[in-house]
Design a protein around this ligand. Structure first.
Ligand SMILES: [Zn+2]
Length: 152
């Protein structure tokens, strides 16, 4: 998931800048690979769209008929329990910012579930084939239950 535009302190050191750059690229790689696998298996989806008009947040993958929405969260921006780090420089600012991201993730999930969406969240450190497989299993399940009908 890419991050929105917001004010941020300047990257304090080249190392931080480099980590942020790498992180952004890694997120894209994982998501791209998941998309590629699912597409090859015949799944069709929307990419980077708002599942609901009044939700400001976009989802990485949206399966409208099945009402399944997928987020592949970046370890840095979404404060993954395994790899999330608060940068040392401007650490109070970062801690607040990253915690806010996490809170917004929770709110987004709740909002969508209340509207009847199945919300699947993954971390970008997970292997793309595992993520794709889990999505596939959920979709196959729904198709068995609802056939070609839209899920109520
Ligand atoms: Zn992680």
């Amino acid at each position: 998931m890419s991050e929105e535009k917001y004010e941020r302190p300047p990257a304090s050191t080249p190392a931080v800048r480099e980590r942020m750059r790498k992180q952004a690229r890694k997120d894209t790689d994982c998501e791209m690979e998941v998309r590629r696998i699912l597409w090859k298996r015949g799944f069709r989806y929307r990419v980077d769209v708002r599942p609901e008009q009044d939700l400001r947040r976009k989802a990485d993958l949206v399966f409208r008929r099945e009402r399944v929405v997928v987020f592949i969260d970046g370890c840095f921006w979404h404060l993954c329990p395994d790899h999330g780090v608060i940068p040392k420089f401007n650490s109070a600012w970062w801690a607040a910012k990253l915690e806010l991201n996490r809170e917004r993730d929770r709110q987004t999930t709740e909002f969508l579930r209340n509207r009847g969406w199945i919300v699947l969240r993954f971390w970008e450190h997970q292997s793309a084939s595992t993520v794709a497989r889990e999505i596939e299993i959920r979709l196959a399940d729904l198709r068995r239950t609802y056939g070609d009908q839209a899920r109520p």
